[in-house]
Write a protein that binds this ligand. Structure first.
Ligand code: AHR
Length: 629
């Protein structure tokens, strides 16, 4: 987290109690009364291809429609470039570089010379982020006829200036991959109003496929991720990534499910697929890239495998499920198997010999939508196969309560208004402790446009206090959706935790709630009680034993100040660190243009005796780290 964001003064004790305050609450904390152990890996991330999370998002590819899919609208996102007297035409071709990509674009250069080039252009994902002194690496597959050189350039939309260029010699008339790099100089102005052109100075024709361009990526991974978005996620201190969905796992139909085999290996062997969020997925962010995303954040994959149900109601049951069970087992082997296994060896061939450590496997997604219902049977069949091949290796997660198959966890999903979440903070207090543990695998306060406003942050924080107080039962939780491209056509679901365009990104107020809660989790919950319920005041109290620190999380979702008396046994005299997230109103928010309007501020508070008095301003989430014995 950026320390410079923590410079604002202390916001807590200043506001005085007045006629407009909430009535004072006394909160008693018994630091030696351990009421629940906390799973250290409780908080994580949930991902899927939605809102251009990958293509046009985290996956750093700058070229849009790189596989040159042709629809009734032609080659979307591609245009002709005709400089001076240069002339070109583009058409589809039923000839491609691989079985997975059997088609291509044929560019016919009818007239061209060194000063009058012609070719094609791509505007990227609502722009292309170009920065000074930066090297971009690209590639394309080509089959030329009469053309011996391609000229690749990054061009400013505003000035038409060439920002970087490369000449790529073309040899032979067979399909071949060509690589190039584009280096900008120090004078280039950073921004996203740029496009890529590939032009030719000779008449002839050329078939093209898989045209790609990457900026530097997080940890310099080839085919990797955007640095800014990875850093935002890292700052949340997550512990797992639920992948690959969500609806994206199921697909609208069985054919459109996340078929992991078609997302691994060389990009040219990935056929791409239609996602349930209504756009084509390049599958550049395939299974291995998702696992490597976990590796780069030093978190664990929580792998969801296909459960035999797709969104539009297609089902596979009984013996028909067997090939899909095999697909799941092979996927688990690909992710976790030694290189001596068939799919572990495949992973090694794909560049990652080391197996990934996985504890949790989820079977399906939201199978309560299966009205037949067949999930009990499907879950127990798939669970039995996984347990037979991997005895005691994984904890298995069902997506809805089942009577068969003995899941270790059930995945509960909640998309609620702030008021609903305020009313639900005791949801798990009296829940059955004898059955499976709970994974709240998707949840969010649904308010705000694109990303949540402060009302969302308050709903989230209130809900998280309830999950934390019940940490013996709720052992895993992940907010959803995680990512959105903020361009109006880029989003299918609102709100989302993190927003971005081609060159900028920001965390919503809800994102900062995640940062605060995740980084002050503690290892056990201690007993606490308020002298009375006060409408919109919520809290949780946890301890980090090794650090001898009590984390007091307070939420005032009222717009009035909340006087609080904290009575804490075993305080160690010293300084408490206070982190405060506050907004003037519930409507206040962060946007792509005002990314830091609401960020946590840091201050300290002297603590000595067992009593601490403070007034929490309205619309505030606060974490106080109190030194304890
Ligand atoms: O998070 C958006 C969608 O909500 C998920 O894909 C699905 O699991 C849920 O219905």
């Amino acid at each position: 987290m950026n320390a410079s964001k923590f410079l604002a003064p202390l916001m807590l004790a200043a506001a005085s109690v007045n006629a407009f305050s909430q009535s004072p609450v006394t909160l008693t904390v018994e630091t030696h009364q351990n009421v629940a152990q906390i799973n250290p890996g409780m908080y994580g991330l949930m991902t899927e291809e939605i809102n251009h999370s990958y293509d046009g998002g985290l996956y750093a590819e700058m070229v849009r429609n790189r596989t040159l899919d042709k629809s009734w609208a032609g080659f979307e996102y591609w245009n002709l470039v005709e400089l001076g007297t240069g002339r070109a035409e583009m058409d589809g071709s039923d000839d491609g570089p691989s079985k997975a990509l059997p088609k291509s674009m044929k560019v016919v250069i009818t007239s061209a010379s060194a000063k009058n080039e012609a070719g094609i252009a791509n505007g990227g994902w609502w722009g292309m982020d170009v920065r000074p002194s930066t090297t971009y690496t690209g590639s394309f597959y080509a089959k030329p006829e009469g053309i011996t050189e391609a000229h690749v350039s990054l061009i400013s939309d505003d000035t038409g200036a060439t920002l970087a260029e490369a000449k790529v010699p073309l040899d032979g008339a067979a399909w071949k991959q060509y690589t190039y790099s584009l280096k900008t100089d120090a004078k280039v102005k950073a921004g996203k109003a740029n496009h890529l052109i590939i032009t030719f100075a000779q008449p002839g024709s050329i078939q093209l496929q898989l045209i790609s361009l990457f900026p530097p990526t997080y940890r310099n991974r080839a085919n990797g991720n955007r640095e800014d978005l990875m850093k935002l996620m890292a700052a949340m201190s997550p512990h797992f990534l639920r992948l690959p969905g969500g609806n994206y796992l199921e697909g609208d139909t069985i054919k459109e499910r996340f078929n992991w085999r078609e997302t691994v290996g060389p990009l040219v062997d990935r056929p791409t697929h239609r996602s349930p969020w209504n756009y084509q997925s390049s599958d550049g962010m395939g299974l291995l890239e998702m696992l490597e995303w976990c590796e780069d954040l030093k978190i664990e994959p929580l792998l969801a495998v296909y459960g035999g149900y797709s969104l539009k109601g297609e089902l596979v049951v009984g013996d028909d499920l067997k090939p899909f069970i095999q697909e799941d087992l092979d996927e688990i082997e690909y992710a976790t198997g030694a290189t001596s296994t068939k799919y572990g060896a495949m992973r090694a061939r794909d560049g990652h010999p080391a197996p990934f450590h996985i504890q949790y496997i989820e079977i399906g997604n939201e199978d309560f939508f299966d009205k037949k219902p067949t999930y009990d049977e499907r879950f127990s069949q798939i669970a039995a196969a996984i347990r037979e091949k991997y005895p005691n290796q994984f904890k298995l997660i069902a997506t809805t309560p089942v009577k068969k198959g003995d899941p270790d966890f059930v995945d509960d999903h909640f998309y609620k208004t702030p008021e609903e979440f305020f009313a639900m903070v005791h949801h798990y207090d009296n829940a059955d402790r004898k059955g499976p543990k709970i994974f709240v695998g998707e949840w969010a306060t649904r308010i705000g446009d694109t990303t949540p406003n402060f009302a969302g942050a308050l709903g989230d924080a209130a809900w998280m206090t309830g999950m934390e107080r019940n940490a013996d039962l709720v052992q895993l939780a992940s907010y959803a959706p995680l990512l959105t491209n903020v361009n109006p056509d880029g989003m299918q679901w609102s709100p989302n935790l993190i927003g971005y365009d081609a060159s900028r990104s920001y965390g919503s107020p809800s994102y900062w709630v995640q940062v605060l809660f995740d980084s002050h989790l503690g290892d056990h919950v201690v007993k606490s009680a308020a002298d009375h319920e006060e409408g919109l005041f919520f809290w949780s109290t946890t301890i980090s034993t090794a650090e001898k620190t009590l984390h007091v999380k307070l939420v005032n979702a009222s717009d009035r100040p909340q006087p609080v008396s904290l009575k804490i046994d075993g305080v160690r005299p010293g300084k408490a660190k206070v982190e405060t997230l506050h907004a003037a109103s519930r409507w206040a928010t962060n946007t792509i243009d005002t990314p830091n309007a609401i960020v946590p501020t840091e201050s300290t508070l002297a603590v000595s005796g067992d009593s601490l008095k403070l007034t929490l301003p309205g619309n505030t989430v606060q974490v106080i780290d109190v030194p304890v014995q």
